[in-house]
Design a protein around this ligand. Structure first.
Ligand code: ZN
Length: 302
């Protein structure tokens, strides 16, 4: 990550990146007064250079083509007549069938029976050496996951809404610390967890257009969780929409075999609170006020 030049932060792709496609996207932050171009080819800047749109907040995200097996992507910034060039190696390794969207088959299970109080485990995704994705300014996803998880934890332990006040709420991590997926699930098992909520922020594979994907996504594995996932999506989207009338779109609900949603002793969901890599949404969803609305939306359905 290039943080030295405050006028230009290039977050993705990192240097010596291997893309599974003959394209990728670049994203980061630039002085909004600058002009920005990309050139993908060899060592020297080759024509045509592709203009990159900088949003008014300075964020940019755009697809670039990778014509060779070994590419050097140059990002050229022109500001006050001065040229700043950053270059990165990007290798194309085309693998067929990596992202096949096979429907996931799972056993038909009955929802777990609730004994006594509700135990909720909130799981801030990633941590420590595992950054997750990054915001356009290069802030790691793990930080934002923890912010939302802590906010949710605080509200739940305060007994808000009231009917959960007799239960218990736990966090799988309270600091910037690496916790393995196995450790997260073992922790939930030990606490006799009924509801498991994993908090994340979304990114995309290289072949997707970063400007075309927005919104909250809820992921689940077992069919008995689907109604909860649906309600969560509606609730979060509705709460955020009420705030200054700026909508947070619904990306959707998705059945996926994620490690944290796979256990069937709890009702497990993974929430992607919007696309961190999107120039507008990435900035919006990390505002404290919007984070509070997301948390409110979750709270209303627990
Ligand atoms: Zn994540």
């Amino acid at each position: 990550m290039t943080m030295k030049n405050k006028n230009l932060i290039w977050v993705y792709p990192p240097n010596n990146w291997t893309s599974n496609f003959n394209k990728t996207f670049v994203y980061g932050w630039s002085n909004p007064k600058a002009k920005l171009f990309a050139s993908c080819g060899g060592k020297h800047i080759s024509l045509p250079v592709q203009p990159i749109r900088i949003f008014p907040n300075g964020n940019f995200a755009q697809t670039v083509k990778l014509p060779h097996k070994k590419n050097i992507v140059h990002l050229i910034q022109i500001l006050n007549g001065r040229r700043k060039i950053i270059s990165r190696n990007v290798i194309v390794k085309t693998r067929v069938g990596v992202y096949c969207n096979k429907p996931l088959r799972s056993k038909k299970l009955k929802p777990p029976i609730l004994y006594g109080d509700t135990v909720i485990v909130i799981d801030p995704g990633h941590g420590g050496k595992e950054h997750g994705t990054h915001s356009p300014k290069g802030i790691p996803e793990k930080d934002f996951n923890l912010q939302i998880a802590k906010l949710l934890f605080k509200k739940l332990s305060r007994g808000m809404p009231r009917h959960t006040s007799t239960g218990h709420t736990y966090l799988t991590r309270t600091k910037d610390k690496y916790v393995s997926l196995k450790q997260r699930i073992n922790f939930a098992r030990k606490k006799k967890c009924n509801i498991f909520i994993s908090i994340h922020h979304n990114a995309l594979p290289d072949n997707e257009d970063p400007l075309k994907h927005r919104g909250v996504g809820i992921y689940y594995t077992h069919d008995f969780v689907k109604p909860f996932a649906k309600k969560l999506l509606e609730s979060i989207s509705k709460e955020v929409r009420a705030y200054r009338n700026t909508p947070l779109q619904k990306h959707g609900i998705f059945k996926r075999d994620f490690a944290v949603t796979r256990p069937d002793f709890y009702t497990g969901v993974l929430i992607e609170c919007g696309f961190l890599i999107h120039p507008i949404e990435g900035e919006y969803i990390t505002q404290r006020k919007v984070q509070e609305k997301i948390v409110r939306g979750i709270l209303k359905e627990i």
